[in-house]
Design a protein around this ligand. Structure first.
Ligand code: F6P
Length: 321
């Protein structure tokens, strides 16, 4: 193998840049050439390749987002797009590819692997919905962002005796809402994995006040049956004396400086991915299992989706007394 390509794809995640840096410098220490594929799989379709050297990845370790840019590329979902993509990568002299991204990106990586290209994936998505790894790059930073917001919201919620409905990202996975409920001390959490009747939200808030609380924080995950605005509307109609406010954290959760945890994870995944490419361990994804970095087969990773761990759901309820 002489030249490896790197791309970042799907939603950006803090720590992607630290990972790109680790890959480039590890590859260079093995005398490999590295080419960036710009704008994810869109860049594969457009042959947007650019050589990366050690100095090109200087000063990016602390930056959120991705210097390679990213995209969600519909064309690459089709067999014709994948065939063309493979030809373009060969034309660009790329004989091994590292794909940094979420579950959709891992499916695209799997398609290239099945067509014979040596590919290794690196999980990076704030949703933490990728099967096979305990943590993806970006999750820890997003959780820290959410918890910081919750601490601020609690100040104002308490001062006004208000209930806040705080909506997090996560697509179909409740991980971010659930973990931030535990570590941010929320009174309640609504996630896609557990269907909660809307009346229960009203009752839980009322009971929290009855127990002497001066605020109520309800975490609402993207993908839950009701979103924060729908819940607020229900509460306004059925409990008009209850003061509620909605905060949708949105894309703020995806930005910012990666935490120490995410930078270290990014470095470890990046180094392992290059080793895997060189050792013929293709068609795999780097994964955190316990404290060790392992490799999970892309065939398994792409066949399942990780959901929130319901042990934490019980814990969040118990600790909200
Ligand atoms: O997958 C990451 C994520 O932020 C999800 O939580 C969310 O559903 C989606 O991406 C938002 O995508 P976009 O950036 O296209 O709005």
């Amino acid at each position: 193998m002489n030249c490896i390509g790197i791309l970042t794809s799907g939603g950006d995640a803090p720590g992607m840049n630290a990972c790109v840096r680790a890959i480039v410098r590890t590859a260079m220490s093995h005398n490999l050439q590295v080419k960036a594929v710009l704008q994810g799989f869109d860049g594969v379709m457009k042959c947007a390749f650019q050589e990366l050297r050690a100095r090109d990845v200087g000063g990016i370790i602390q930056k959120g987002g991705t210097i390679l840019q990213t995209a969600r590329c519909k064309e690459f979902y089709t067999p014709e797009g994948q065939e063309q993509g493979l030809k373009n990568l060969h034309y660009g002299g790329i004989d091994g590819l590292i794909v940094i991204g979420g579950d959709g990106s891992m499916r695209a990586a799997m398609a290239l692997h099945q067509r014979g290209l040596p590919v290794v994936g690196i999980p990076a998505s704030i949703d933490n919905d990728i099967w096979g790894t305990n943590m993806a790059i970006g999750v820890d930073t997003a959780l820290n962002t959410i918890v910081e917001a919750l601490d601020k919201l609690r100040d104002t919620a308490s001062s006004h005796k208000r209930a806040f409905l705080v909506e997090t990202m996560g697509r179909r996975c409740g991980y971010l809402a659930l973990m931030s409920a535990v570590i941010g001390g929320a009174e309640m959490v609504l996630i896609p994995e557990v269907e909660t009747p809307v009346e229960e939200v009203m009752d839980t808030i009322a009971q929290a006040y009855a127990r002497g609380k001066t605020h109520a924080i309800v975490m609402v995950s993207e993908g839950a049956k009701y979103n924060a605005s729908q819940l607020a509307q229900y509460l306004a109609e059925h409990a008009p004396s209850m003061q509620t406010r909605v905060t949708i954290l949105g894309h703020i959760q995806r930005g910012g400086r990666p935490t120490a945890f995410d930078r270290l994870l990014a470095a470890r995944f990046g180094v392992r991915a290059v080793d895997a490419l060189l050792n013929g361990q293709h068609g795999t994804m780097t994964a955190l299992g316990g404290r060790e970095i392992a490799l999970a087969p892309l065939s398994e990773v792409t066949a399942r989706q990780r959901g929130a761990n319901l042990e934490y759901y019980k814990m969040a309820k118990m600790l909200a007394r």
